[in-house]
Ligand binder design. Structure first.
Ligand SMILES: Cc1cc2nc3c(=O)[nH]c(=O)nc-3n(C[C@H](O)[C@H](O)[C@H](O)COP(=O)(O)OP(=O)(O)OC[C@H]3O[C@@H](n4cnc5c(N)ncnc54)[C@H](O)[C@@H]3O)c2cc1C
Length: 456
């Protein structure tokens, strides 16, 4: 059986559905193919469930600290089943509203199944062949499961299976001290599990500046999370019902014994089973689809959007890919991926909001920099809220006064960082920023102040 469409979208992640919607609205026939769950990673096993758990974990944390605020909350308990049921409700509602939108869309056929290219203009889904003039690939990534010694003798969790647990782990060992691992670490600790984070590098979130890594480590350790960096030789062995994780650190216990092990050591693109060779679509050495600045692949009628193109690893970068491709193809714009300013957040509590270059990246690129920094203990709103961990930091080019980047590790940092994101997008200089009148008391009100107190 064969069907023909004007365009085919493969994968219902963060770029696929809006792209299908834009094309369908122009009156063209579009097919959206999804092999698993509509909404992809973010909705089902990424942002939505994790941030829902982060909220429950924050509630537990704040309840335990109630006396700090003069409030008595009684003994604090966490009902893990209720926490997970809440998470499932939020995820389910999010997915079904997306499904409802897509299923009711004129000119759009939602097709369930695994798509594989059989030629540059056709994909196979089950026993059906679907043809089109244009394709949009939005297949995302999945967790990598590296070949650690002993890995085949123990059960490990991924970001997907950890979200399916029906009981709180007694001791969760998380291999990987980066963004995903650290969010889970704090969440499970706040739910009452013992947590150990095992990281190969010398410090956590090693892409960030050292001061951010150190502060995050301090925050997590203060909550009782054990951090084992420099874990040079990670290996696994069963130990009764538990798992021994060999860490071979330069100091401390050579093993961490956990009831559960979560692997959070990176993600790889879902491009190995897509028949890309048949379509003439080139990938790089890690399997990411090569794209130009307009997200066109080596086959000019095929576009790759979202995590699978290696140009971003976030919901907002995937959605922005859709906006760029749609603007260029439908509205005749000439937008480029390289025009966007990198920005993201780590949703620990307090969160780390980030934009642009770190101080180390700016120096490595040859910028002479001026730095502005203020601890959250000197931010009124943080003091009033009783949440003074972290700091705010801005990086400015000494020669041009251009804002190069910022980090806000502190209460509301994920929101306050937008003050800098928007200023950078508008090309505002540090000097101009100092003249902004901000609202008191907020975290963002200190951003102009920091730009006025730069290092010489
Ligand atoms: C634990 C975790 C937490 C995260 N938290 C955040 C966060 O807070 N903020 C943030 O911005 N980002 C976060 N991310 C990243 C974010 O989820 C992704 O960047 C985002 O989902 C964009 O993905 P995407 O659009 O590229 O594709 P995805 O959302 O991964 O969707 C791809 C879809 O394609 C389908 N598919 C794959 N191959 C085929 C095929 N051959 N045929 C048919 N269908 C196929 C898959 O089933 C999937 O549904 C998190 C990720 C994880 C794992």
């Amino acid at each position: 059986m064969s069907r023909r469409f004007d365009a085919i979208v493969i994968g219902a992640g963060q770029a696929g559905p809006p792209m299908a919607g834009r094309i369908a609205a122009t009156g063209k026939k579009v097919a959206l193919i999804e092999r698993k769950l509509i909404g992809g990673t973010c909705v089902n096993v990424g942002c939505t469930p994790t941030k829902t758990l982060v909220a429950s974990a924050y509630a537990a944390h704040l309840a335990r600290r109630a006396a700090d605020y003069g409030v008595s909350a009684g003994p604090v308990g966490v009902d893990f089943a209720a926490v997970m049921a809440r998470k499932n409700r939020v995820v389910g509602n999010s997915r079904s509203s997306l499904e409802g939108w897509l299923n009711g869309m004129a000119n759009c056929a939602v097709i369930k199944g695994h798509a594989r290219f059989v030629s540059p203009t056709a994909v196979e889904v089950g026993d059906e062949t679907l043809e089109a003039d244009r394709f949009f690939i939005n297949v995302g990534c999945r967790a990598v499961a590296p070949d650690f010694p002993g890995g085949d003798q123990v059960r490990t969790l991924t970001n997907t299976t950890v979200l399916e647990l029906d009981a709180l782990p007694r001791h969760l060992v998380i291999v990987g001290g980066s963004y995903i691992g650290l969010e889970f670490a704090q969440v499970f600790r706040r739910f009452g599990a013992e947590v150990t984070v095992v990281e190969k590098a010398t410090r956590l979130i090693s892409r960030e500046d050292e001061d951010a890594s150190d502060a995050i480590r301090e925050i997590l350790e203060a909550e009782g999370i054990a951090i084992r960096c420099d874990a040079e030789c990670i290996r696994f062995a069963p130990r009764g019902a538990d798992v021994a994780v060999g860490v071979d650190c330069t100091s401390g216990e050579p093993e961490a014994i956990g009831s559960h092990v979560l692997l959070a050591v990176g993600r790889r693109p879902n491009t190995d089973d897509l028949g890309l060779e048949a379509a003439g679509v080139a990938v790089d050495e890690r399997g990411f689809i090569r794209v130009d600045d307009g997200l066109r692949t080596s086959a000019p009628h095929i576009f790759a959007l979202g995590d699978c193109n290696g140009r971003g690893a976030f919901t907002h970068t995937s959605y922005n890919d859709f906006e760029i491709a749609a603007a260029n193809l439908i509205d005749g714009a000439a937008r480029k991926v390289s025009d966007r300013i990198p920005a993201y957040a780590l949703y620990t509590d307090p969160p780390l909001g980030r934009v642009g270059l770190t101080e180390a990246e700016a120096r490595a690129k040859g910028h002479k920099v001026r730095i502005g920094k203020r601890p959250m203990t000197r931010v009124s709103r943080a003091v009033e809220k009783g949440e003074t961990q972290g700091f705010m930091k801005v990086v400015v080019d000494r020669d041009t006064d251009a804002i190069l980047g910022a980090a806000i590790l502190g209460v509301g940092g994920d929101e306050a960082i937008h003050a800098v994101i928007e200023a950078m997008a508008a090309g505002v200089t540090a000097a101009a920023y100092t003249r902004v009148m901000a609202i008191h008391p907020t975290v963002a009100e200190l951003v102009p102040t920091i730009f006025g107190e730069l290092s010489p």
